[in-house]
Design a protein around this ligand. Structure first.
Ligand SMILES: [Fe+2]
Length: 477
């Protein structure tokens, strides 16, 4: 089975019908919006890293009369540059050809990409494609037509701070929370919040770091926001002549969990933990004596190198495995002793939960799994996992001859049980060379329906399901 079919390039399609087989639940009525790279080409060459693929938005419209797929490349500045065979601005792992003067100018006013290929979110009263630069792209969720570039109108944006493409929405407070990585004169991390409908983020708390870590996601509980600070740190002078991906390096600095109070922004705990690297947190919640922080955890940052295109595009591609790990963080001391346990040995990545349990005690975590070789290295994701934390058992959905993407749990309306709903994923049938939307029963973890697209859709990163007539993903939050 050759995973390279999932690396594109993709033509835009749709809306096209995706014939449904099986039993699609009548209540599943809405849109799955997803984002991810669609093409790696730049003129006769290509970009260097998976994260630099040109953003391709994907939309599965799911209704009782059928399922359609639409894909569109946002008309970003990056898109227009690439249609002319060049890179418009600095990507994560690929720099445009720059003069020394331009490189110096970039230090003061970095021209970074608007190739927003990682996730989507409803913010500031519009749908945005997001990446880790300050430059997002607004789009129409019905047509996927580009509405224009978007960046926040606030102090963080003025500093050119990078951001996370993984945000958290607190529905009860009507706020979205996120972190920015400051790379200017002041360097470190800034915790921010954004009331629904606003476009100006409020900085809640900051931490100074001469060498900020690469941070991709965070955790949000009722009272705390938590960052995983790995030893994978920026060497700022390298940015003069290297892309971002090459300016980060694995250092001998300690790893820490940074625990911010949401009300004051104060860091109340920053315990050291054994070195490790994290893309995706799973969930966190408060207990009587501290925090439980659950995550997909790599031993180190090698996965960043594994996602370079020359490695990803190899038929012998392997990557390090992440395990599903639980940290217990005491909050009675600033530098307490964190303990950890393995909830699943992995490979376990692209985690998802019932989002109404975000910040609360929960039982089920979903993720992608993969085959492993004798050395424990993972291939490409080809199965979905449902981990029952309470019974320490795992259920696997492993469709033959397929690759799978991020799972997404959609609760049934009025559901009370945590796994009363469906799990959606976009899978690629390598034999048929077609992608399909798979709908699994979240409780039994058996496939109940699939809607097959007439084309192969490249592997994506992240998405959201939006019930028809609503703006945010459904949750019991
Ligand atoms: Fe991510």
């Amino acid at each position: 089975m050759d995973h390279r079919l999932g690396l594109g390039p993709a033509e835009e399609v749709g809306p096209v019908d995706c014939p449904v087989s099986g039993d699609l639940p009548a209540w599943l009525d809405g849109t799955l919006l997803r984002n991810g790279p669609g093409s790696f080409a730049v003129g006769e060459g290509r970009v260097n890293h998976w994260f630099d693929g040109l953003a391709l938005l994907r939309r599965f419209d799911i209704a009782d009369d059928g399922v359609t797929l639409t894909t569109r490349y946002p008309r970003s500045e990056a898109y227009h540059a690439r249609t002319q065979g060049r890179l418009g601005a600095r990507e994560f792992g690929t720099d445009p050809d720059r003069s020394a003067l331009a490189a110096l100018r970039d230090i003061v006013d970095p021209a970074v990409t608007d190739n927003a290929s990682i996730s989507v979110a409803y913010l500031a009263d519009r749908w945005l494609a997001l990446t880790e630069t300050p430059n997002s792209v607004a789009f129409d969720p019905e047509t996927l037509d580009t509405e224009g570039g978007f960046s926040f109108d606030d102090t963080l944006a003025a500093e050119g701070s990078g951001g996370l493409a993984h945000l958290h929405r607190d529905a009860s407070a009507g706020e979205t929370w996120g972190f920015a990585t400051r790379l200017g004169r002041e360097r470190g991390y800034a915790l921010w919040k954004l009331p629904d409908g606003d476009s100006e983020r409020e900085v809640v708390g900051t931490v100074d770091r001469s060498r900020p870590a690469y941070i991709h996601s965070f955790w949000l509980t009722e009272n705390y926001a938590v960052l995983f600070e790995s030893p994978y740190r920026l060497h700022l002078p390298s940015l003069l002549y290297k892309p971002f991906a090459d300016a980060f390096e694995w250092t001998d600095r300690p790893a820490r969990l940074l625990v911010f109070r949401r009300d004051s922004g104060e860091v109340v705990a920053e315990p050291e933990i054994p070195p490790a690297f994290v893309f995706h947190g799973v969930n966190a919640y408060e207990t009587d004596d501290g925090l439980v922080v659950d995550s997909a955890v790599f031993a180190d940052s090698e996965v960043m190198d594994a996602f370079r295109l020359d490695r990803l595009d190899s038929p012998e591609f392997t990557q390090p495995t992440a395990e599903f790990r639980r940290y217990r963080v005491p909050l009675d001391r600033r530098y307490g002793n964190v303990t950890s346990e393995t909830l699943h040995p992995g490979p376990f990545e692209f985690p998802a939960i019932e989002y109404g349990r975000r910040g609360r005690r929960y039982r089920y975590a979903y993720g992608v799994g993969a085959p492993t070789d004798d050395e424990g290295r993972a291939g490409f994701a080809d199965r979905l996992l449902k981990v029952d934390i309470e019974t320490e058992t795992t259920t696997v959905w492993h469709p033959p001859n397929c690759f799978v993407g991020e799972p997404l749990l959609v609760p049934r309306p009025d559901a009370e049980a945590e796994d009363d709903g469906v799990v959606l994923t976009v899978a690629l049938d390598a034999g048929e060379e077609r992608s399909f939307l798979a709908v699994l029963d979240a409780e039994s973890f058996e496939e109940r329906a699939r809607a097959t697209a007439p084309v192969a859709v490249p592997f994506g990163f992240h998405g959201q399901f939006v019930p028809r007539g609503e703006r945010y993903c459904r949750s019991n939050d």
